[in-house]
Design a protein around this ligand. Structure first.
Ligand code: AMP
Ligand code: MG
Length: 299
């Protein structure tokens, strides 16, 4: 099945001038209003997610054994976009020994003692691991763009907030990612793209559901007021940091099952592309194995 035509997903081409309005948040146009189409896609997406979970587990096993690469998954999205759920669902069934999830909030006082990329360097997945950044250094070219006053508290040298300050941050991010890729880190960047309307529904559900209320933060509503500015800041991020070596994928996320299926699919594809194999067993090892089996069976 070609997901691109069925659901409609894209990686952002390098240097593209991204307009988020051009990327749908639900199903591809031809399926959006078609009830039968939606049902069929849902059924297929759920099956595909299950298959992909198994495939991911097998691919991860090989990845963990090989230990020459690590996989870094970056998850970004507006509040309620489904980052936590995607981690839970896509990663279930993986060997916890080879996984690492790091969530990033407002930089702490200690984190502000170092260059902004420091906390991400320390949190990278090790060779053989799949690491997820639940929010990332992309917050550093996002939140302070909308709330520049945040920078006043971060003990930055003069000139912060200027055009050249932002240029330098983007440059740092691109060269950081290039350095990682040069050293065997595979980077996948996912933006969970939800509509303004869908966020409203999810926030209402968060407020009304006891098991979700703890997640509510008053900033969820105040940041919603800046929706357009956030979308514009994200557009700049995609335009400036989607590269051949670390592409952005804008994932339609109004339907959680679509988003999860696609993320799992892209992870499996990217590991499979490495064409990893279990270590070959030499003739001497084969003899040793046979001898060991014989000894065990005879004792
Ligand atoms: P949550 O993901 O709901 O736990 O919230 C974490 C909060 O930290 C979000 O509001 C993020 O936007 C915020 N955050 C993360 N990184 C940064 C950053 N570098 N600068 C400012 N706010 C950030
Ligand atoms: Mg939150």
């Amino acid at each position: 099945m070609n997901h691109e035509t069925y659901i409609g997903w894209s990686s952002v081409p390098r240097g593209a001038n991204v307009r988020l309005a051009d990327f749908h948040t639900g199903l591809a146009n031809n399926l959006r209003s078609d009830k039968k189409g939606k049902k069929a896609v849902k059924k297929w997406a759920m099956e595909s997610l299950n298959e992909n979970r198994e495939a991911l587990s097998a691919a991860h096993d090989l990845f963990w054994t090989d230990k020459r690469y690590s996989l870094l998954i970056i998850l970004q999205g507006m509040d309620t976009a489904g980052k936590d759920g995607a981690i839970k669902h896509v990663m279930s069934g993986l060997n916890p020994q080879g996984c690492r999830v790091e969530s990033f909030g407002i930089p702490t006082r200690n984190e502000q003692n170092y260059p902004f990329l420091w906390r991400f360097w320390r949190s990278l997945p090790r060779k053989g691991e799949i690491g997820i950044f639940n929010r990332s250094y992309y917050e550093d070219v996002l939140v302070p763009k909308i709330h520049p006053e945040i920078l006043n508290t971060q003990r930055l040298p003069p000139g912060y907030g200027s055009k050249s300050f932002w240029n330098a941050r983007f440059e740092d991010i691109n060269s950081f990612e290039k350095q990682l890729v040069n050293n065997g880190v595979i980077i996948l960047k996912f933006f969970l793209h939800i509509s303004f309307e869908e966020q409203k529904k999810r926030l209402i559900s968060r407020l009304k559901t006891e098991s979700k209320q703890w997640k509510f933060s008053s900033s969820d509503l105040s940041e919603r007021d800046h929706w357009k500015q956030y979308q514009a800041a994200y557009e700049e991020i995609f335009s400036r940091t989607s590269t051949d070596y670390a592409p952005w994928y804008i994932i339609p996320a109004d339907y959680k099952w679509v988003a999860r299926m696609m993320i799992a699919d892209l992870i499996v594809l990217s590991i499979r592309q490495l064409d990893l194999r279990y270590p070959e067993i030499s003739d001497i090892q084969k003899m040793e194995i046979e001898a060991a089996l014989e000894k065990l069976q005879n004792t």
